[in-house]
Design a protein around this ligand. Sequence first.
Ligand code: G4P
Length: 190
Amino acid sequence: MELLKKKIVEEGVVLSDQVLKVDSFLNHQIDPSLMQEIGRAFANRFRESGVTKIVTIESSGIAPAVMAGLELGVPVIFARKRKSLTLQDDLYTEKVYSFTKKEESEVSVSRRLLSPIDRVLLIDDFLANGEAALAMARIVEQASANVAGIGIVIEKAFQNGNSKLKEKGYQVESLARIASLKSGFVEFID
Ligand code: G4P
């Protein structure tokens, strides 16, 4: 997606060989018109996939997921990282290990929001090692529903998330694929 790549080049800050900061449009401040285009791009890629629901993880996945949900006309669920006052029982819960943060966390979705007839599009802001996407996919499996595909805003293709997800047979669509962040520069794949 050319508009997204342009935004990454203009506003992204390469913090290290591994980490790209995009706080000005995705992870802290949000650019609504860019997000609308991101939603359209996901919808175009998954329009024929029979999607009935979208699942993402709070917090940065929510904006792109909502825009995709608006385009596809389906509800959006965000898996919660902390148990809320109103969300305590009847949860599907999965562990997510972050290699970046070196910590394990849990994500949960209410059982009443997913059913076996659902075809679920998983959306996330970043794909690094794929652990967050795999945890969402396991939640969908727990509900005996199906994964319709996985949509990623920014993929760090030099990490192994994409191959782990494709090994499991999932269709992965990334709107910007980064080959390298070496020497402070963002290098894209195609
Ligand atoms: P993985 O799920 O693909 O294995 O990724 P990983 O554990 O490495 O990522 C943990 C968190 O860090 C996720 O956000 C992920 O989106 C984010 N992240 C990973 N690599 C980058 C990067 O290069 N730049 C930025 N900006 N974020 C990155 P999170 O902790 O769930 O945060 P949030 O969704 O609440 O913002």
